[in-house]
Design a protein around this ligand. Structure first.
Ligand SMILES: Nc1ncnc2c1ncn2[C@@H]1O[C@H](COP(=O)(O)OP(=O)(O)OP(=O)(O)O)[C@@H](O)[C@H]1O
Ligand SMILES: [Mg+2]
Length: 238
């Protein structure tokens, strides 16, 4: 048996300690590399699902900077909701895909949560239009870490019944997301559409959302980071 004096020999102890530090460092580096790899794969999954018209780099502008800030926000309620609002064709849907990528990159990087994310994770995100959401609410209701509801207000609303059905479906999805602290990105041209006030850059009447879907829906969309996406219709410019 090894004498105790030899085990406790200061030089030997120092050497052992150094070994432990090195192995801790190695482990930390390995975990960091694994985390970076996981995040890259998750961002790649979003990129692969991004439709061709909404791919590519975005030139710097105020809405892009605001989306960047939102994606990197941590620990605040606003980080759970982003509303991209503006008239037709200004780039809201494109920004929503961008916001999704940025948020996945920025928020899935936590070492303690990365192992929870399976690479084939079908619960990472869903991108639905409001028309889809009303038609098949079950598609949007689920533990998706990120959900985009594109074109709020575009669903049929010619009758009271249609309006109530849409409001109920939206309430159900938003209520689930609020309760589970899940991130939701909404695009809409409610509150102005092509009304000149949007074009002039005045405050959009987001209260239109409240008027159309009621207090309970509005409340579950708050607090939110609102980004106005203004300008001319990019489709008409091409
Ligand atoms: N910043 C941008 N730079 C270049 N092209 C852009 C930009 N933003 C959007 N586009 C392109 O302009 C077209 C319209 O954009 P998008 O569909 O995002 O508009 P939208 O605001 O969602 O319109 P709508 O309200 O009708 O849904 C798309 O082909 C999109 O790729
Ligand atoms: Mg759109």
């Amino acid at each position: 048996m090894q004498p105790v004096s030899e085990i406790l020999n200061p030089e030997r102890m120092e050497a052992l300690r150094a070994k432990i530090v090195i192995s801790d460092e190695n482990e930390a580096a390995e975990r960091e590399a694994e985390r970076a790899h996981t995040v890259a794969q998750l961002v790649d999954a979003v990129t692969r699902h991004t439709p061709p018209a909404h791919r590519g780099d975005l030139a710097p502008c105020d809405p892009v900077s605001m989306v960047d800030e939102w994606a990197n926000a941590t620990g605040v309620q606003e980080a759970q909701r982003l509303i991209l609002a503006g008239p037709t064709g200004t780039g809201k849907t494109r920004l929503a895909w961008y916001a999704l990528q940025c948020a996945v990159a920025a928020r899935c990087g936590n070492v303690s949560t990365a192992p929870d994310l399976r690479l084939d994770d079908t619960n990472l995100f869903r991108f639905v239009t409001m028309i889809d959401l009303v038609r098949t609410p079950g598609e949007a209701k689920g533990p998706y870490r990120f959900l985009v509801i594109d074109d709020l207000g575009q669903e049929p609303a010619a009758t009271d019944h249609a309006k109530e059905t849409a409001a109920a479906a939206l309430w159900d999805v938003l209520n689930y997301r609020w309760d589970h602290c899940l991130t939701t990105i909404v695009t809409t041209n409610l509150g102005g559409g092509n009304v000149p006030s949007w074009r002039e850059g005045q405050e959009p009447e987001l209260a239109t959302i409240l008027g159309r879907y009621g207090d309970a829906v509005w409340s579950r969309l708050q607090p939110a980071q609102v980004v106005k996406v203004l300008g001319s219709d990019r489709r008409l410019a091409t």
